[in-house]
Design a protein around this ligand. Structure first.
Ligand code: HEM
Length: 481
């Protein structure tokens, strides 16, 4: 009885076990709030691998990045999708994909991810550019050259949300922009605030108006409505066609899947854009280098005086913006708190380096914590400092980072790892590059004085890029040549 109440007993060969430390669901959220501190304290006490009972789940944390490759290569035994399949349906409101009800769908969904990458990215990037220009032009490039004030999150959210939406899902039949975009965005933010609670499996019925908001968001993607949209990306078109093949899938279920993609595509991109912009505007020396690079690479001239000219970047030009890319990666390093989670498919012995191995039981969760790695002073000197060129060495991308004298295979993990790495990562980095390039080409931007530095809001810990705890005010005006 005791072991039921207080958890299981550690077996030989298993990592140190911290039982019942956080037995209740609500406490899981407390863990979320200071995951980094919690893990660091346990590492100090128990070493670089330990198991903790959190909200009824045994989670084994691998705290040494040198051990990550051993976990990541065990794809069969340590599966990502089992976790995703348990949590996503509750969160987004669709039936589980791999439940047997939709034979073959999991594989097809997986295959659709190729449409976000490689050659397919060229089209997406080009469309994104057009949509960014559209929103910038209609909402911000108003021809007046006096200073205007705005807050950074507000700016990033309004532009990136809509431009990403248009790029993936397309535009309405007779106009270039969807009606109700502001409401959609506001509803999305309300839903996103509740997201950590949904992921912690708190029933949506207990979360006040969240169910009604989610229903409204889902309804935006009703197949009848979507069928009237044009310029939809190949990625969304292929998924929509796939769902049509399953009679057992209702219209609302299809819509809920599209809504989940909206979340995946903007839920992290908007805060990532915020941090990328925030750090640049609060570090004028970085901003100057990045702006000069953009001017040099794109060889644009005169656009400051001719705001009617559309700007186009080739993919090669975007790829060659090394300082901009390093600055984005650096802000991702400082703001990402995603956990990499795998579920053990059987009892087995996970081999780590040398002779070392650990016993793992079926159903256990193995978790890597990129945030702990990103903030490890043994890897990144002064990890709490923003250093925009941290990922550049001798004019090239820096890829060698070390821990205890050994070269790391994984040193940046904001987008996950191994086979489940975020399929939208190249698109995401490109769109942030495009947004910042346009912003810096068109505008002078300055932070208003007398504001406290922005801090991370920890409530989304474990789920991706953290939101800022407060917004920050800037002033901007059209640049003159
Ligand atoms: C999965 C991060 C942008 C689509 C993930 C995962 C992470 C992540 C950490 C889980 C990977 C794992 O656990 O191994 C991010 C960040 C982004 C971003 C930080 C922006 C800065 C995007 C965009 C899209 C996208 C723009 C789509 C266009 C997806 C999808 C998955 C995913 C579909 C699920 C993959 C699967 O089921 O295997 N993302 N993402 N993401 N992301 Fe992203």
């Amino acid at each position: 009885l005791l072991s039921v109440r207080f958890g299981r007993t550690r077996r030989d060969g298993e990592p140190p076990l911290i039982n019942g430390w956080i037995p209740f669901l609500g406490k899981a959220l407390e863990f979320g709030k200071n995951a980094h501190g919690f893990l660091a304290a346990h590492k100090e006490k128990h070493g670089d691998v330990f198991t903790v009972l959190i909200a009824g789940k045994y989670m084994t944390f691998i705290m040494n990045p040198l051990l990550y490759p051993y976990v990541i290569k065990h794809q069969k035994q340590l599966d990502f999708h089992e976790f995703f399949d348990q949590v996503a349906p509750l969160t987004f409101g669709f039936p589980p994909v791999r439940s047997g009800k939709f034979p073959g769908m999991g594989e097809h969904v997986q295959r659709s991810f190729r449409l976000l990458q490689g050659e397919n990215l060229n089209n997406l990037t080009e469309t994104m550019m057009g949509n960014l220009m559209l929103v910038f032009r209609q909402d911000y490039l108003t021809g007046e050259s006096e200073w205007r004030t705005e807050s950074v999150y507000q700016l990033c959210n309004s532009i990136m949300f809509e431009a990403t939406f248009l790029t993936l899902f397309g535009k309405p039949a007779h106009t270039s922009r969807h009606s109700g975009m502001v409401t959609l965005r506001e509803d999305f933010v309300k839903f996103d605030t509740m997201f950590p609670l949904l992921i912690a499996r708190i029933p949506i019925s207990l979360l006040g108006g969240t169910k009604a908001i989610r229903d409204k968001l889902i309804n935006y993607f009703h197949p009848q409505r979507m069928s009237r949209w044009s310029n939809t990306s190949g990625f969304i078109k292929e998924r929509a066609a796939l769902f049509e093949q399953y009679d057992s899938m209702g219209d609302v279920d299809k819509a809920a899947h599209h809504f989940a993609i909206l979340w995946a595509s903007v839920g992290n991109t908007v805060p990532a854009t915020f941090w990328a912009m925030y750090y640049l505007v609060t570090h004028p020396e970085a901003l100057a280098v990045v702006r000069e690079e953009i001017h040099g690479v794109l060889q644009v001239s005169g656009i400051e005086t001719d705001h009617n000219r559309d700007i186009a970047f080739t993919r090669e030009q975007l790829d060659s913006l090394l300082y901009l890319e390093s600055s984005i990666n650096e802000s991702l390093r400082l703001s990402s708190a995603s956990m990499n989670i795998r579920v053990a498919q059987e009892d087995f012995s996970l081999r780590l380096e040398g002779e070392r191995s650990i016993g793992v039981r079926k159903g256990d969760i193995i978790s890597l914590s990129p945030q702990s790695m990103h903030m490890d002073p043994g890897i990144y000197k002064n990890p709490e400092i923003y250093k925009f060129d941290r990922y550049i060495e001798n004019g090239k991308e820096k890829t060698d980072f070390y821990k205890d004298g050994q070269k790391l295979k994984y040193y940046r993990m904001s987008f996950g790892s191994g086979s489940t790495k975020c399929p939208g990562r190249h698109f995401a980095v490109n769109e942030i590059k495009q947004f910042l390039s346009l912003l810096l080409l068109y505008f002078d931007v300055e932070v208003l004085e007398g504001q406290e530095p922005c801090t991370l809001d920890p409530s989304r810990a474990g789920l991706g890029i953290l939101l800022p705890a407060s917004d920050v005010q800037i002033r901007y005006r059209l640049r003159r040549s």
